[in-house]
Write a protein that binds this ligand. Structure first.
Ligand code: SF4
Ligand code: SF4
Length: 127
């Protein structure tokens, strides 16, 4: 999912003009912002931005890891004993293991979907 680095954006609006589904707007600071729910992930905003302000999702990994840790620390406050806290952390680990499996299986299915599309395109070209 692309996102806009607010410090790098100059508010030129080029990305807004290029977005095929019109989901980029300028916020109150005249900086571009993307409606993540409606973005179709075409990547055009990234390609046209003259300031390289539209950034890749991967850059948010450290931030998202920290958010997960912060949430865990916050929820830990609901548990009194060391045993309860350890059990809670174990449940969080199981939760993220499940998320990892969902991601891995999804990637496998997406690869199969891509291969299927490539196969259909090759058959069409040969017929
Ligand atoms: S093209 Fe880049 S600099 Fe211009 S508004 Fe969009 S994100 Fe900001
Ligand atoms: S990736 Fe495509 S759909 Fe999403 S905000 Fe950028 S230009 Fe719009």
């Amino acid at each position: 999912m692309p996102w806009v680095n607010q410090e790098m954006c100059n508010g030129c609006g080029i990305c807004m003009d290029e977005c095929p589904v019109g989901v980029i707007t300028l916020n109150e600071m005249d900086k571009a912002q993307i409606d993540e729910e409606s973005c179709i992930r075409c990547g055009k905003c990234h390609d046209v931005c003259p300031e390289e302000a539209v950034r890749h999702d991967g850059e948010k990994i450290p931030e998202q890891v920290e958010e997960n840790l912060e949430k865990t620390r916050r929820l830990l406050e609901y548990y009194d004993t060391s045993a309860e806290r350890q059990a809670f952390i174990e449940r969080m680990i199981r939760y993220f293991n499940k998320e990892r499996k969902v991601t891995e299986f999804t990637i496998e299915k997406l690869k199969a979907l891509k291969a299927g599309i490539a196969g259909s395109a090759a058959s069409s070209a040969n017929s």
